[in-house]
Ligand binder design. Structure first.
Ligand code: GAR
Length: 200
C-alpha cells in the first residue's frame, strides 16, 4: 500500500476529501502523515480528529532550505511514497523536488496554464474568462508548471465574487484530487513529455 504525505497550510478541505476517500476504501493508500507549515492550520485539527499523524513544521523565520530539510526528513521518516500539496502555500526549492522527483502532486484552483500563482480565482474573475476550474498536476521546479493529471471546468457567472467562484471550484477540487491520487497510487498513468496518459 502506497503511503501519502499531505502538506497543508490552512483549512485542509482538500486533505479531508482525500482522507475520507482513503477511509472509505476508494483510494488504495494510507495517509502516513499530514504536515502543516502553520501550527494554527485548521486542517491539522481535522487530521488529529481523524486519528491521523499530524505535525506542524513551522516555516516562519527559517531559511528556505533549513525548513525543507526538516520537511524532507519527516516525510522520509514516515516512508512517504507520494507527496500531496493541498493548499500548501510555499514554493518548493529544487532540493525538495529532487528528493521526491515525479512523486509530488499539487492542486491549483484554475485551468493551468492560465492563472498560476496566488489568488487564481480572483485572477480569472478580473481577466473576464467565462470558464475556469481546477488542475491537479505533478510538481516540477516551476510555479504550477508540471504535467497535468486531471482538470475540471466550472462556469464563471455574472454575479460571482472571488468567494462564490472559489466555492464552485472547490467542489470540483475535492472530486478531482482524489481521482488523481487514485490514478497515481494505482499506477494507472504514464508520462510522455508533458502529457500524462492512461495506461491501457
Ligand atoms: C484550494 O482552493 C487550493 O486549490 C488552493 O488553496 C485552497 C486550499 O484549500 N491552492 C492554491 O492556491 C495553491 N497555489 P483547502 O486548505 O481547504 O484544501
Amino acid at each position: 500500500m502506497k503511503k501519502l504525505g499531505i502538506l497543508i497550510s490552512g483549512r485542509g478541505s482538500n486533505f479531508e476529501a482525500i482522507a475520507r476517500n482513503v477511509q472509505a476504501g476508494k483510494i488504495p493508500a494510507e495517509i502516513a502523515v499530514v504536515i502543516s507549515n502553520k501550527e494554527e492550520a485548521a486542517g491539522l485539527a481535522i487530521a488529529r480528529q481523524m486519528g491521523l499523524k499530524a505535525l506542524a513544521i513551522p516555516s516562519k523565520g527559517k531559511e528556505r532550505e533549513a525548513f525543507e530539510r526538516e520537511l524532507v526528513a519527516a516525510l522520509h521518516e514516515h516512508q512517504v511514497d507520494l507527496v500531496c500539496l493541498a493548499g500548501f502555500m510555499r514554493v518548493l526549492t529544487p532540493y525538495f523536488i529532487r528528493e521526491f522527483r515525479g512523486r509530488i502532486l499539487n492542486i491549483h484552483p484554475a485551468l493551468l496554464p492560465s492563472f498560476p500563482g496566488v489568488e487564481a480565482q480572483k485572477q480569472a474573475l478580473d481577466y473576464g474568462v467565462k470558464w475556469t476550474g481546477c488542475t491537479v498536476h505533478f510538481v516540477d521546479e516551476g510555479v504550477d508548471t508540471g504535467p497535468i493529471v486531471c482538470q475540471a471546468a466550472v462556469p464563471v457567472l455574472d454575479e460571482d465574487t472571488p468567494e462564490t467562484l472559489a466555492a464552485r471550484i472547490l467542489k470540483e477540487e475535492h472530486r478531482i484530487y482524489s481521482e488523481a491520487v487514485g490514478l497515481v497510487v494505482e499506477d494507472r498513468i504514464r508520462i510522455e513529455g508533458r502529457r500524462v496518459l492512461r495506461k491501457e
